[in-house]
Design a protein around this ligand. Structure first.
Ligand SMILES: CC(C)(COP(=O)(O)OP(=O)(O)OC[C@H]1O[C@@H](n2cnc3c(N)ncnc32)[C@H](O)[C@@H]1OP(=O)(O)O)[C@@H](O)C(=O)NCCC(=O)NCCS
Length: 170
């Protein structure tokens, strides 16, 4: 059985080993890393799944402060979700869904910041209402597949159709 704890309680080297195992050691060149370059992880929204008996790390989810800068230069803050990783030996056992559900519970239900991620629409769309709809006019600081740039947003908050995603700096 897995339980969810704050990722900050896990040795960062163990998290790096998990991410290498799930995404490969060349993962640092990915656009997702450039997107939150220089930002500190949002500790309250970054979680670990650990084996309850063996106290081993099984999976992790990290969140970062980013912003969409619109054509007028206005910044629209967002939360970037990812990487989401589960050790290959433990994939498809519900751990990814458990971590995402725990994250979504922490997000303010009435006035949530939009969640953004680069990920598989088949997974994040199917289980968690992420969609590439509305992100087609956004640009990123590196190459990306448009169908994998996903957002989960409260319909009350209209998002700019065009803009540049990047770290949330002043
Ligand atoms: C993607 C990931 C986080 C999912 O977590 P998980 O614990 O393995 O998945 P869960 O057990 O929560 O969900 C399992 C279900 O999701 C589906 N699923 C899992 N990964 C999927 C993916 N990348 N795309 C589509 N469907 C996927 C499974 O087929 C399964 O569906 P079923 O119940 O109908 O059989 C995990 O597999 C992982 O770390 N993968 C390596 C990193 C990666 O490739 N990420 C790509 C997305 S960014």
């Amino acid at each position: 059985m897995a339980s969810i704890i704050p990722l900050a309680e896990i040795d960062p080297q163990l998290v790096e080993a998990l991410l290498d195992s799930a995404f490969g050691t060349d993962r640092h060149d990915r656009t997702a890393y450039k997107l939150r370059d220089g930002m500190d992880m949002l500790e309250g929204l970054s979680l670990a799944a650990v084996d309850q008996e063996k106290h081993e790390l099984l999976g992790s989810i990290q969140c970062w402060p980013i912003a969409l800068t619109d054509e007028e230069g206005r910044k629209h803050p967002m939360i970037m979700v990812g990487p989401v990783a589960v050790y290959p030996d433990f994939q498809r056992e519900g751990i990814g869904r458990m971590m995402m559900a725990a994250l979504l519970k922490e997000i303010h239900a009435d006035d949530p910041l939009p969640l953004v991620m680069i990920g598989d629409p088949e997974y994040y769309g199917r289980f968690f209402d992420f969609t590439a709809e509305g992100t087609g006019g956004w640009t990123l600081p590196g190459p990306w597949e448009p169908s994998r740039l996903l957002v989960r947003s409260n319909a009350k908050n209209a998002l700019p159709e065009t803009g540049k995603l990047g770290p949330w700096t002043r």
